[in-house]
Design a protein around this ligand. Structure first.
Ligand code: GDP
Length: 213
């Protein structure tokens, strides 16, 4: 339990994600993006970082994010509606598939265009496997976000897989690395989609973004 959030903020997070969440659409290119929502948050992470599991844990809808993991969907921005109040955008996992260079470039152009040109994109959450910390592929994504001037925040995943002492260590290390990144929000979330640790706090953080509007 974090002392960064009050009981009211935790309750606001629970309310936001307590309503219905649904998959809206996948967009493979900028011309396919849905109309901008008032508040949009993006979720990014290396393949296997635990992105689908976290989206399912946040929304409480098992299997919600699975659609975005099916072949063919891997190069799409997948849009979810949360309670009619928030667009949650699942960015494709990076750093895993050995795609041809030309394809990677084309896809990066789509990401760059999305990140730069999206009114309402309030924050990106970059998921980092707590066992691994920040790897090269993550650095590339952080650079892209810095460049696009999208505020982002690190979410450590799979916190249940390491000891509290190890978690404290990786959190400190990631926090130190974030000092180099101008668009990074300094607070780091530690979560487990298995135990639910950190999920109420992350919901509260997101609810805060919706409510400041
Ligand atoms: P994605 O590729 O980023 O969408 O990752 P997934 O959500 O599919 O997770 C990748 C693997 O890590 C799966 O085997 C999950 O069961 C596992 N996983 C995801 N989150 C957690 C977690 O918080 N704790 C543990 N122990 N395993 C997790």
């Amino acid at each position: 339990m974090s002392d960064r959030f009050t009981a009211d903020q935790i309750a606001a997070g629970r309310r936001l994600f307590g309503g219905p969440s649904r998959f809206v659409m996948g967009a493979a290119g900028l011309e396919h993006l849905p109309p901008a929502s008032a508040v949009e948050i993006a979720v990014a992470g290396r393949s296997n970082a635990g992105k689908s599991s976290l989206i399912n844990a946040l929304t409480g809808v098992n299997g919600l994010a699975r659609a975005s993991n099916t072949p063919g969907r891997t190069r799409e921005l997948n849009f979810f509606d949360v309670n009619g109040r928030l667009a949650l955008v699942d960015m494709p996992g990076y750093g895993f598939a050995k795609a041809p260079k030309s394809e990677v470039k084309a896809w990066q152009a789509v990401l760059r265009g999305y990140l730069r040109g999206r009114p309402g994109l309030t924050r990106a959450f970059v998921l980092i496997d707590a066992r691994h910390g920040i790897l090269k592929a993550d650095e590339d994504m952080l650079d892209l976000l810095d460049e696009a001037a999208v505020t982002y925040q690190i979410v450590l995943t799979k916190a249940d897989k390491i000891t509290p002492a190890e978690l404290a260590k990786v959190t400190a290390k990631v926090a130190a690395a974030m000092k180099k990144h101008p668009a990074a929000f300094p607070e780091i979330h530690a979560t487990s989609s298995v135990t639910g640790a950190g999920i109420p706090e992350l919901r509260a953080e997101i609810a805060g973004l919706v409510e400041t509007l």
